[in-house]
Ligand binder design. Structure first.
Ligand code: TNX
Length: 491
């Protein structure tokens, strides 16, 4: 009862028990996956699982499995051996998670479990995802989370074969990305006096080596980190640090202590564009993956209606008015990324079909982006925003008011033909603690993973498998409510 559901899983006779004498034989390139399995099983099982050429657990990187794609793997378990094969390290990492889920749920615990036989049932598995982009946005700008919290979050994504962690690193309420040329971004922009009137200061920022370490940690688990730097809106933390980047150089703004959409946004002068390019260059150093997210959502043009700098820019670029500055700004930054071999991503369409679009309103936006030749990753708020509560029950823990997004909604998110995949978004205005993050994320992330990975998603089959999966989440001490299998009145 694996989550997400494997493409093909056939039960075979026999079983294979892992014990003190079990060793892993890893072919070149497969050692990392072997170490990952050992690391994951050690706390509960205490098994040494050494690498040894006589091992009966075999991990092989094998080019002949290219037919299973970038992320597929094949796994066989019988009484003689466990054999995991894939053409890529990412495929092996996913196979490790399947091995883990074939064991009793207590194998996922963090404390030694006694009296359990660590047996895998005989199986033949061939498994490959339906869609290549299966992600989650984590907003570390509204509430900072230290790296160990992010690593545990990556572990939970990997358990579900989710492969993208989209880190929302900057916003009006906090700047978490270190940029050596602009130290005040984190020193000033990383702290705020209070949060929505609670009187409690909040802050934090990462170091370059912490972020590089996170990228490597995630890669070992088959997860890519996609960084997001918000522009030209949602920029008040940067403006607090460097007021000259805004539309009124004489004004000093604090890091914003309220939620919502601020009228104060980046200016459009040369200095601001140069600053944004410098920031992106630093992002490229730290994050080696192809995709870099430029934000681009919710940018009022109020300040550009009157600012002298905006009028000058409009004239210089031959634009029709302030409403064209948003697209112009994003296009300039997208060009910068494309020139450096990267792929820009944005919440709104950028006038370059090489940019990936992440439609957050509805499927119509997605279809028009697809028609315009863009790659599309779905993020429609009604089915993927995890800051909203999971049920309308009176005892449901609070979240962002206004909407309920059930696991059923997530499972049935719109996926127009041709999209790369989808993401859930864990915005954190109403989720200050690691406990809040996990209780909002689960079980909805399991629903996302199953809807995007399995070849023929079925809600009833998923809810069956979730019964067993719930005990895995419990073993991992993930705060979560049992899956609500009721159909919402609207469905
Ligand atoms: C909209 S849609 C946002 C975020 C908020 C979220 C709250 C989008 C890209 N931006 O700034 O955190 O709603 O639900």
């Amino acid at each position: 009862m694996i989550v997400p559901r494997p493409t093909r899983l056939v039960r075979r006779h026999g079983r294979f028990a892992l014990d003190e004498d079990t060793a892993i034989r890893a072919t070149p390139g497969a050692e990392g996956a072997a170490r990952l399995l050992r690391h994951l099983l050690r706390p509960a099982t205490g098994l040494p699982l050494p690498l040894h050429e006589d091992g009966r657990v075999v991990f092989a990187l094998d080019e002949r499995l290219v037919g299973l794609g970038d992320e597929g793997y094949a796994l066989t378990v019988n009484e003689h051996a466990v054999v995991l094969r894939a053409a890529t390290r990412q495929g092996l990492a996913h196979g490790v998670q399947t091995i883990r889920q074939l064991l009793p749920a207590r194998a996922l615990g963090s404390r030694p479990a006694s009296g359990v036989e660590w047996a895998l049932p005989g199986v033949d598995v061939r498994d490959t995802p339906r869609l290549p982009w299966r992600g989650v946005l984590l907003d570390v700008a509204r509430h900072f989370q230290p790296v160990p919290v992010l690593r545990r979050f990556v572990d939970l994504l990997a358990l579900h074969k989710l492969n993208v962690l989209h880190l929302h690193l900057t916003d009006d309420q906090g700047w978490r990305m270190p940029v050596p040329r602009y130290p005040l971004l984190t020193e000033v922009g990383g702290r705020r006096a209070e949060t929505a009137g609670d009187g409690v200061p909040h802050g934090g920022a990462y170091t370059r080596s912490e972020l590089a370490g996170l990228v490597a940690y995630a890669a070992e688990r088959g997860v890519r980190v996609v960084p997001e730097i918000e522009m030209p809106g949602h920029a008040r933390a940067a403006l607090a640090a460097y007021p000259h980047l805004g539309n009124d150089p004489g004004r000093r703004l604090p890091v914003w202590t309220r939620w919502g959409v601020s009228d104060e946004v980046f200016g459009v002068g040369d200095a601001t564009l140069e600053f944004c390019r410098d920031v992106l260059d630093e992002v490229l150093e730290v994050f080696p993956g192809p995709h870099v997210h430029l934000g681009g959502d919710e940018c009022p043009t109020t300040e550009w209606e009157t600012g002298a700098g905006a009028a000058e820019r409009i004239a210089r670029e031959g634009l029709a008015g302030p409403h064209e500055l948003h697209g112009w700004f994003l296009r300039a930054m997208a060009d910068h990324l494309v020139e450096r071999g990267r792929v820009p991503v944005s919440w709104e369409r950028i006038g370059d079909p090489r940019a990936v679009v992440m439609p957050w309103r509805d499927a119509d936006d997605a279809r028009s982006a697809l028609d315009g030749g863009h790659d599309v990753v779905m993020a429609p708020h009604r089915s993927t925003y995890l800051d909203y509560p999971q049920t309308a029950d009176p005892d449901e823990p609070a979240g962002q008011p206004g909407l309920v997004v059930t696991a059923h909604d997530v499972y049935h998110l719109p996926l127009p033909t041709g999209v790369l995949g989808a993401q859930c978004a864990l915005w954190t205005e109403y989720a200050p603690t690691p406990h809040d993050l996990e209780r909002l994320a689960f079980p909805r992330l399991a629903a996302l993973a199953d809807a995007l990975w399995s070849q023929r998603p079925s809600w009833t089959d998923f809810t069956d498998r979730m019964r067993e999966h719930g005990s895995r989440l419990t073993a991992l001490a993930v705060p979560h409510r049992p899956l609500d299998t009721r159909r919402p009145p609207t469905a």
